[in-house]
Design a protein around this ligand. Structure first.
Ligand code: ZN
Ligand code: ZN
Length: 258
């Protein structure tokens, strides 16, 4: 049998120790789902077991759970079954899939199911980070920031993005480059200049934002200064204010319009 039986649905016995699936986990599960769309693997399948182990690591890295039962193979298997109900290929014959999962499954499905290349790239980037190939624990364990909306790419890559754009030496190099060229630091979206507004105390004050989504960076690829932009705190906040992070051009257009 290929699909989890509805009577084994996980409704009603959600142990306290297991928090709702994060977007990152759903992305990884959807990636596995689409590889096996025609016939879902059992909980004994090596890839299900492997994803279960990986999610355990992710749970510890993000501080979601220390529990050994977190995302066990059965939970992963169930989650694949949850995706069934979003799959038009599956439900077209009147089948329904597991009735209830969490609402983010539908969002992740809508955002990624028809973009397999992007989905695969995001899944690889999350994996690489959790496995320690592109990220370290302090980078991932930084916690969520109240003003920063989690990116479409999920928590892991959001934290990496933020950690990297606050890299002191990179920030310093970017500011020096701009100062050398233009003699002043201005927001690239709204032209705000802290030194102009606040006098000498505002000199050198400005945020740096990294314009490339983390999943488009190759492992070990160094951040280029040309991929960094200077933004005032307000415009930077606007960039990160919705899940689909805005581009600098979009923020500039909003500012002009207003
Ligand atoms: Zn600005
Ligand atoms: Zn940013």
């Amino acid at each position: 049998m290929d699909t989890p039986d509805a009577k084994h649905s996980n409704i009603g016995f959600k142990p306290q120790s297991n928090p709702a699936w994060t977007r990152d986990e759903l992305i990884l599960a959807l990636d596995l789902y689409l590889k096996h769309r025609d016939a879902l693997p059992s909980k004994h399948h090596p890839e299900v077991q492997e994803l279960s182990r990986l999610l355990g690591r992710l749970g510890r890295a993000l501080g979601l759970s220390e529990s050994d039962s977190f995302r066990n193979a059965n939970g992963v298997y169930m989650k694949l079954g949850n995706f069934r109900r979003w799959d038009p290929e599956y439900i077209k014959d009147g089948k329904t899939g597991l009735a209830k999962g969490n609402k983010d499954e539908g969002l992740v499905w809508d955002e990624f199911a028809n973009e397999p290349t992007k989905l695969a790239a995001v899944a690889v980037a999350i994996r690489d980070a959790i496995e320690g190939q592109t990220a370290t624990l302090p980078e991932l364990g930084g916690g969520d920031e109240p003003d920063i909306e989690e990116a479409e790419e999920g928590k892991v890559l959001t934290r990496l993005h933020r950690f990297r754009e606050r890299n002191r030496s990179l920030v310093k190099a970017k500011k020096q480059e701009v100062l050398k060229k233009h003699g002043r630091l201005r927001c690239e979206a709204c032209s705000f200049d802290f030194a102009e507004a606040y006098g000498p105390a505002g000199e050198g004050v400005i945020d740096v934002h990294h314009t490339r989504p983390v999943h488009t960076l190759k492992p070990g690829e160094k951040t280029k200064l040309s991929e960094l932009v200077l933004l005032c705190a307000n415009c930077h906040r606007m960039v990160h204010s919705s899940r689909k992070w805005l581009t600098v051009e979009q923020v500039r257009a909003l500012w002009r319009k207003a």
